[in-house]
Design a protein around this ligand. Structure first.
Ligand SMILES: Nc1ncnc2c1ncn2[C@@H]1O[C@H](COP(=O)(O)OP(=O)(O)O)[C@@H](O)[C@H]1O
Ligand SMILES: [Mg+2]
Length: 200
């Protein structure tokens, strides 16, 4: 709740770090592992070989993934499966809205084999304090803020979040985040003004 207030107040800034996506996902998965193991849920990660080091806001991406993964585990019955897939988004659309000029879009999907979400709930659950209208959500508790926060964090970067699901058939939450490769990140935009002479 605090985080949402901070974003609304415009105090949430993007902090760039360069990191290796594979190591990052290993860390995220290992943090979620105890939660998954309690329900004998297997977590897997699949990373496109093109994806290596990136420059992006690691802490916020982590926060989004924790939210999505904890939901995936919460709404998947014992013995189910949860996974993350990461790849560059081929159809990187409107670069003018991206937070990083000339950035590429990295696409993260968190999928599960869980209870799924019906058509009437698909839009609503991204709003604050909204949960799918099932006894399951009430049974599991939660404030209904995780997805609202995740959506705000994604949109802060100029990315989008979407959902594919049907009741009883699992869910896939997909978000895109603009990133740069480390090489691009250290290259100056303009040639440096070394050795230029100025009039006067
Ligand atoms: N992976 C999922 N599978 C099924 N339902 C989900 C999933 N993720 C989210 N939901 C639905 O969206 C609602 C909102 O999620 P969220 O904002 O994280 O709130 P909370 O987890 O506190 O209920 C959940 O209560 C649940 O009904
Ligand atoms: Mg949640």
């Amino acid at each position: 709740m605090l985080d949402i207030a901070k974003i609304d107040a415009g105090k949430f800034e993007i902090v760039y770090e360069t990191f290796r996506v594979r190591d990052f996902l290993d860390e995220v998965a290992s943090i979620m592992m105890p939660l998954a193991e309690k329900k004998s849920i297997e977590i897997s990660a699949q990373i496109d070989p093109d994806v290596d080091f990136i420059t992006a806001d690691m802490v916020k991406i982590k926060q989004i993934l924790y939210n999505l993964l904890s939901n995936a585990i919460k709404f998947t019955p014992e013995g189910g499966k949860v996974g993350i897939t990461v790849a560059y988004d081929e159809g990187a659309a409107d670069k003018s809205v991206l937070s990083i000029p000339h950035g590429d879009l990295l696409r993260f999907s968190v999928w599960d084999t869980g209870v799924g979400i019906g058509p009437g709930d698909k839009e609503r659950i991204f709003d604050e304090f909204e949960q799918a209208d099932t006894t399951l959500s009430r049974e599991f508790g939660g404030a209904g803020l995780g997805l609202a926060l995740s959506k705000k964090l994604v949109e802060l970067h100029g990315g989008t979040i979407s959902l594919e699901s049907s009741l009883g058939k699992g869910s896939v939450f997909t978000f895109t985040i603009p990133v740069t490769s480390p090489v691009e990140a250290v290259q100056p935009e303009e040639p440096e003004a070394v050795g230029l002479t100025f009039p006067g």
